[in-house]
Design a protein around this ligand. Structure first.
Ligand SMILES: Cc1ncc(COP(=O)(O)O)c(C=O)c1O
Length: 459
């Protein structure tokens, strides 16, 4: 006779043979499409040809597709197998420590080759470039996670990768540069003297700490100067990036089934929006098709609060104003976030999909200070044995807050959060936290207002 035993599992592991073979496209289920990107010159909706100098057509067509399931090419699935499916954990020790009736699950993306969710899109981006004969890609990176992921993916497909890394992070995380080098990539601190825009900024301020908006401008300038020989790749914000990340949410749906549970709340940190989107889009798709309503929470830094303090407006993705205009929650493309330790969250803008969902009331956001986030990360590490990336600490903080709210209200909700990466390359940030050197958060409202006053005018 079979005896049914209540599971007390910690890890829910999907076999490789059960790995999802498709990505989920949120465009198929949205109640209304997000406002289209505009050409920076004509300010008219940008068509596929406008993006062609930067991206291969395979990726551009994904950006505009409305098909619900998009097949993951076989060579990409083969490389995904190096670390995917990633585990879903039930944080039983953390639940006990918090003494909460809530159930806490986290999807752990730190098992990837570079320690975060970024290879989920780096691999397909390199694949679609390779398909169209591209031999070189320029990109930017904040914390170095994206740059090292693209260097890894470039190595898989024989593409040369050159990365502009935000200077303050380049100095905070020297090992990321070496990781890029180990995977065959090249990395420069940005602003650099390799581009006209970088030279101009350095002549105005040799100590410019850099920003993602500046590094994007340098990478795009390098592509333009390559005269068609190189393409550009972006690690977040755009629709095709978010699409690739949905491999994580598609796996999580199957793993939550294994656990016999379903999330009431989904939490993720938000820089450009891709790791939160990757986890929650497939669940939100179910909700939009008549399924259970989920409380979706994006967690951002107090010092760069594009959701909670930004304006929903058309803006450029970069400081030199070369990218198409995207309607997004923005602090203005000139906004220079202070040098806190969450390099991946220091971006003036936000994914246009998440901005649209926020505007429709289908998700909400919270801004947290970095000390509170490190405190949450250390509590989590002590209980669960994983030291999160500083960016991921924002999601940990959001999940702990939600669990404590459940405790206060006596509710046993199910919380699922994305632990987007480990912090093994970020121990100097933890050192600053332990030794009391972590700076207080500062949101420079007047500089954001100044930057917002220069938003492009759209008729
Ligand atoms: C570890 C980590 N988490 C989160 C992010 C933020 O990006 P996104 O919001 O696209 O996931 C980054 C970006 O570099 C990152 O490196």
């Amino acid at each position: 006779m079979m005896i049914f035993i209540m599971t007390d599992s910690i890890k829910y592991i999907l076999e490789e043979s059960k790995a999802p073979k498709t990505w989920y496209n949120i465009n198929s289920d949205l109640p209304s499409p997000p406002p289209p990107p505009l050409h920076p010159g004509t300010k008219q909706p940008a068509g596929p040809d406008d993006f062609a100098p930067l991206f291969p057509m395979g990726l551009i067509m994904q950006e505009v597709s409305t098909e619900r399931e998009i097949e993951i090419p076989e060579p990409v699935r083969e490389i995904y197998k190096q670390w995917r499916p990633s585990p879903l954990f039930r944080a039983r020790r953390l639940e006990k420590y918090l003494d909460t009736p809530a159930k806490i699950y986290y999807k752990y993306e730190g098992v990837s080759p570079t320690g975060s969710h970024k290879p989920n899109t780096a691999v397909p981006q390199a694949f679609f470039n390779k398909e169209e004969g591209v031999k070189k890609i320029f990109t930017e990176t904040g914390a170095g996670q994206w740059g090292s992921s693209l260097a890894f993916a470039g190595q898989m497909f024989g593409i040369d990768i050159e990365v502009f890394m935000v200077k303050v992070s380049f100095e905070q995380k020297p090992y990321r540069k070496l990781m890029m080098q180990s995977f065959g990539g090249t990395c420069h601190p940005s602003p650099s003297d390799l581009t006209d825009f970088g030279k101009k900024l350095l002549s105005e301020d040799p100590n410019n700490p850099g920003s993602l908006g500046i590094a994007i401008s340098e990478a795009i300038e390098a592509v333009v100067k390559s005269e068609g020989k190189a393409k550009y790749a972006l690690g977040s914000v755009l629709g095709h990036v978010l699409l690739h990340q949905t491999i994580n949410g598609n796996e999580a749906i199957l793993q939550m089934e294994q656990a016999g549970d379903y999330p009431d709340i989904i939490v993720g940190c938000t820089g450009g929006g891709s790791n939160l989107a990757g986890l929650m889009f497939p669940f939100l798709g179910q909700q939009l098709r008549g399924g259970q309503k989920i409380d979706i929470i994006g967690c951002e830094p107090l010092s760069c609060p594009s959701f909670t303090k930004g304006k929903y407006a058309y803006d450029h993705g970069d400081m030199a104003r070369m990218t198409p205009l995207i309607k997004m929650h923005t602090l203005g493309s000139d906004f220079l976030p202070p040098a806190n330790h969450s390099g991946g969250l220091r971006y003036h803008g936000m994914s246009y999909h998440l901005s649209h969902l926020y505007d429709l009331g289908l998700m909400r956001a919270k801004a947290y200070g970095q000390k509170d986030c490190f405190e949450a990360g250390v509590i989590f590490g002590k209980q669960e044995g994983i030291i999160p990336a500083p960016e991921g600490n924002h999601a940990v903080k959001g999940a702990i807050d939600a669990a404590l709210e459940c405790k206060e209200k006596g509710e046993s909700k199910t919380i699922l959060f994305n632990l987007c990466g480990h912090g093994h390359f970020d121990m100097t940030a933890y050192d600053d936290y332990f030794s009391g050197k972590l700076a207080d958060d500062f949101y420079d409202e007047s500089s954001a207002n100044q930057s917002l006053s220069k938003l492009p005018e759209i008729a």
